[in-house]
Ligand binder design. Structure first.
Ligand SMILES: [Zn+2]
Length: 306
C-alpha cells in the first residue's frame, strides 16, 4: 500500500518528469474526500474523455455533469501534451472495478480480464482523462502519448511502482472501452522510461510516513474523555487510516484528535496483538504502545519513531 502523495509532491513529481503542467483553480482542495476514502493508492487509471477541445474537457472534468459530480480526475492530458490539474484527493473517475485486477496491480503482475465491478476504484487510483473523442478515429498525437507516458512514469517513480501499476479504465471496469489505444504497448513505453526490463521487475520502495510514539501517546492521553486540553497530532490521521483498513474504525477523522472511537479501535488492535485489559493502565487500554504500533505500521506502511 502507499499513502497518496501530498499535492506539492504530486506537482513536483510531474514537473520533475519534464511535463508542462497547468494548475487549475483550487485544484489542491477540489475533491470528494467528504464522500469516501482516498488511499491507500495503488496505481494510475488512464481514460479518454469523449470530448472535443481542451477548454471543454478541462471544464467538464472540473465540474462533472448531471449524475456524476466533479472532479472527474486528477488531471487532463490535452492533445498538446499539456497536463491540466483538476482536483486532488478522491475524484470521480474509476467507479467500481474488479477486485482481482486491484490485487494484480498491488502485486505488480499481469492483469486478469475484468469481469465484476465491486471495488471502489476512486479510493485506490490516480486518474487522468486524456482529451479524445474515443471513437477509434480521433488521433492520439505523439505529444499526448508522450505526456501519458511521463505522467505515469512520474507517479510510478514517486511511489516506487513499476509500469504494471498503470491500467486503462477498460481494464478496471467491465463495459468500459477507454482509452481507445492498447494499454500493453503503453506499459512497455512507461517501463522503458522507468528503465525497467518489464512490469514484473519492479522493486517497490514507497516513501513511508513516520509516526512519533511519544506525540501519539500525548494526543491519546488528552483525548476529550480525559482531563486536560486536547493535543492534536498529524500522525493520528495516519494511524486512524490503518485502523480503518483493519475494520476497527469506521472513518478517518482529519482533525488529528485521538478521540474516544480511536481509543476503542486501538484497544481492538492491541487485543489482536495479544494484549488484554481495556481498563486504564492495562495493556489493551487504547493508549498506543511501541510493539502494537510497530506491528500496525509494518502492516500498513508507516514507521514508528520516538
Ligand atoms: Zn474512463
Amino acid at each position: 500500500m502507499s499513502d497518496p502523495l501530498s499535492a506539492d509532491r504530486f506537482l513536483a513529481a510531474l514537473r520533475d518528469e519534464g511535463l508542462d503542467v497547468v494548475e487549475g483553480p483550487s485544484w489542491r482542495t477540489w475533491n470528494r474526500n467528504a464522500k469516501g476514502p482516498w488511499g491507500p493508492v495503488n496505481g494510475v487509471v488512464i481514460h479518454h474523455s469523449v470530448t472535443r477541445g481542451t477548454d471543454q474537457t478541462v471544464q467538464m472534468c472540473h465540474d462533472g455533469y448531471e449524475g456524476l459530480p466533479g472532479p472527474l480526475c486528477h488531471g487532463v492530458i490535452a492533445k498538446s501534451g499539456v497536463v491540466y490539474l483538476i482536483g486532488y484527493g478522491r475524484t470521480n473517475h474509476a467507479g467500481l472495478g474488479d477486485p482481482a485486477v486491484l490485487d494484480a496491480v498491488i502485486a505488480q503482475r499481469s492483469l486478469p480480464v475484468d469481469t465484476v465491478a465491486t471495488v471502489d476504484g476512486n479510493r485506490h487510483f490516480y486518474g487522468f482523462e486524456c482529451e479524445n473523442l474515443g471513437d477509434g478515429r480521433d488521433p492520439w498525437p505523439e505529444a499526448q502519448l508522450d505526456a501519458i507516458v511521463k505522467v505515469s512514469a512520474a507517479l510510478c517513480r514517486a511511489h516506487g511502482w513499476n509500469a504494471a501499476s498503470v491500467i486503462g479504465h477498460k481494464e478496471w471496469q467491465p463495459g468500459k472501452i477507454d482509452p481507445s489505444f492498447a494499454m500493453a504497448p503503453m506499459r512497455d513505453r512507461i517501463a522503458a522510461r522507468l528503465g525497467q526490463g518489464g512490469p514484473r521487475r519492479g522493486t517497490p520502495t514507497p516513501a513511508r510516513p513516520q509516526v512519533s510514539l511519544s506525540k501519539l501517546i500525548e494526543a491519546a492521553r488528552t483525548n476529550p474523555q480525559m482531563a486536560g486540553t486536547p493535543v492534536t497530532y498529524a500522525g493520528v490521521v495516519t494511524v486512524e487510516a490503518a485502523l480503518v483498513d483493519e475494520g476497527l474504525l469506521s472513518k478517518v477523522f482529519q482533525d488529528g484528535h485521538y478521540g474516544t472511537s480511536t481509543v476503542t479501535a486501538m484497544s481492538g488492535w492491541q487485543e489482536r496483538c495479544g494484549y488484554r485489559g481495556r481498563a486504564p493502565g492495562q495493556a489493551a487500554d487504547g493508549i498506543p504502545g511501541r510493539d502494537s504500533l510497530t506491528k500496525l505500521g509494518a502492516k500498513h506502511g508507516f514507521d514508528v519513531v520516538n
